[in-house]
Design a protein around this ligand. Structure first.
Ligand SMILES: *Cc1c(COP(=O)(O)O)cnc(C)c1O
Length: 227
């Protein structure tokens, strides 16, 4: 585990250096879905500090078991509105907000516990019917609407691009997400920071970093294949 983590961190550092970015501006989200609390503890010992989870029940057990460790938990999976009350209690950053209805519910639940919930807006650039995410067309309006919600803070955008075996084919999705982020940032919407770009997984994170990723979500390269 330690070696795999070191190797991932080295690769992040190398590609950041190569494209003239400060490696500190790329944060590693270790995607621990399906992995046991013991595996996560190993990763913490190996130096991982942020964990990404997709399933609430599974995450809750791990978060409770590991509550004495100073690590941060991010929710990266598809989120149903009726689960909003659980996620605001458990997660520092939610990567997968894609509708106003979901945002409103998160806002309400965050208000109840006096929290400003940080979120990313998930974008479906490929307009794939099978994937969640806001369409490019509705993104600006959605961001403006969410900015009105007092207990949410929009920090940036997230994408799960279509699956290709070649990172080069995914590059246009990453660069488009960066351009969208820059466009919205120019609007200087109050309450919207638009600093973060959550993109890149085991197969393509180097390309994502070249295109500006600030959060890379990496599972397999750290924990090995999932069952
Ligand atoms: C599982 C998952 C990842 C990690 O994928 P790997 O290919 O194992 O690195 C990243 N992002 C999301 C949204 C995921 O569901």
């Amino acid at each position: 585990m330690k070696e795999r983590l070191e190797s991932v961190k080295d690769r992040i550092r190398q590609v950041a250096d190569k494209c003239g970015r400060n490696p500190e501006t790329v944060r590693l989200v270790a995607v621990s879905k399906t992995m046991s609390a013991d595996k996560v503890r190993e990763a913490i010992d190996g130096g991982a500090a942020i964990f990404g989870e997709n399933y609430i029940q599974e995450a809750r057990e791990k978060i409770e078991a590991l509550s004495s460790y100073p690590v941060s938990w991010h929710f990266i999976g598809h989120l149903q509105t009726n689960k909003a009350k659980y996620v605001v209690k458990l997660f520092d950053l939610i990567h997968s907000v894609d509708t106003l209805k979901l945002a409103r519910e998160l806002n309400k639940q965050a208000g109840k516990i006096n929290k400003i919930q940080e979120i990313l807006i998930q974008v479906n650039i490929g307009e794939e019917a099978s994937k969640s995410g806001a369409s490019v067309k509705e993104l600006k309006k959605l961001t403006e609407d969410i900015s009105q919600l007092e207990n949410l803070a929009v920090r940036g955008l997230m994408i799960i691009p279509p699956f290709y075996n070649e990172p080069e084919k995914v590059r246009p999705f990453f660069s488009t997400l960066r351009e969208l982020r820059d466009e919205i940032r120019k609007e200087a919407i109050p309450n919207v920071a638009m600093d973060e770009l959550s993109m890149g997984m085991t197969g393509d994170f180097e390309t994502a970093i070249e295109e500006g990723a600030t959060l890379v979500r990496i599972g397999t390269a750290i924990f090995g294949e999932r069952k």
